[in-house]
Write a protein that binds this ligand. Structure first.
Ligand code: NAD
Length: 296
């Protein structure tokens, strides 16, 4: 199959490689050609615009940072819609919001391009190992037609419902995981200040009712003072913001989520947006005077 892939960053490069390894013809585009080097060496074809990638493809994927990037890549000058033919399917693997995907679908309708939201969860390791959860909303026939391609990037591919349903599932998931990250920083600084070391706390919680996936990154992350990104704090702030924005639109009270969002914004204001999302805990470390790390 001829497949286009736009946005080959921390996530996209792995997903695109797994699609390529599935035996498909892959055409790629990214604003940074450097990001595409490995894929080009593996046999992918370079396009000079998203539109050119779409022109060469039966189905197009994007993995881009923010909703506004997705909108630009789809509907902007030289965008996907400028090159896609009637019947082309487009899956957005980025984390965006239902309103963005709806606007894009309205613009795509006249061209007969089928639009689906398909955000993913599982981090860069999941993208590398093709063990992502892929949450798809939109045209059921297009989902069925391209399910075999989606299975190349994840082992938990699910149809969530109408257009936007995938985005909603992803927003709900990330709100839980990222807010838990803030709560974990408070819980661990409390435990350490009360005299128990970080590793003992980790082992106790991991075997108890507080066990959470958000904590699994601690041993290789904050315990080692390693804040190299796989998932950038800027993107985490965006995701919690998508949740609180949706809450405002739908009049859902979300006091705790707004506090969590504020913590991510504070971390961005510290200049930590390009660090890993786990760096949000440093706000709490500074405020409490406690470092979440095993003693030297
Ligand atoms: P990233 O910033 O590493 O990658 C995005 C890529 O898109 C970059 O290579 C960038 O150069 C490219 N890009 C940006 N604007 C572009 C444009 N206008 N045209 C073409 N290319 C453009 O981000 P990422 O971590 O790979 O995340 C991508 C999406 O997946 C985001 O929406 C993120 O929230 C979501 N996500 C990330 C993770 C993770 O662990 N990193 C996990 C799940 C979901």
């Amino acid at each position: 199959m001829k497949i286009g892939f736009i946005g080959v960053g921390y996530m996209g490069r792995h997903m695109a490689r797994n699609i390529l390894n599935g035996g498909h013809d892959l055409t790629i585009f990214d604003i940074s050609k450097d990001a595409a080097e490995e894929l080009l060496s593996l046999g992918a074809t370079w396009a000079t615009s998203p539109g050119q990638a779409a022109e060469a493809s039966d189905v197009v994927f994007t993995s881009l940072p923010r909703p506004q990037d997705v909108e630009e890549v789809v509907a902007g000058e030289g965008g996907i819609l400028s090159g896609a033919r009637s019947g082309t399917a487009y899956f957005d693997l980025s984390t965006t919001d239902p309103a963005t995907i709806e606007r894009i679908a309205n613009q795509a309708e006249a061209k007969g391009v089928r639009i689906l939201d398909a955000p993913v969860s599982g981090g860069t390791a999941g993208a590398d190992n093709a063990t992502l959860c892929v949450m798809v909303g939109g045209d059921r026939d297009a989902y069925d037609e391209f399910k075999a391609v989606l299975d190349l990037i994840g082992d938990k591919v699910m149809y969530c419902g109408d257009l936007g349903a995938g985005a909603v599932c992803k927003i709900v998931n990330n709100l839980i995981g990222l807010s838990t990250g803030v709560l974990l920083s408070e819980a661990f600084t409390l435990g350490i200040k009360a005299g128990v070391d970080a590793e003992t706390l980790f082992t106790a919680v991991a075997g108890s009712s507080g066990a959470t996936q958000a904590m699994q990154g601690f041993p290789n992350g904050i315990f080692k003072r390693n804040f190299d990104p796989g998932f950038q704090l800027d993107l985490a702030a965006k995701d919690v913001g998508l949740a609180t924005q949706l809450g405002r639109e739908l009049r859902v009270p979300m006091e705790m989520s707004n506090i969590a969002q504020q913590r991510y914004i504070t971390a961005q204001n510290e200049g930590w947006g390009r660090l890993s999302a786990g760096a949000v805990a440093r706000i709490q470390e500074e405020r409490s005077g406690v470092e979440i790390a095993p003693p030297d």
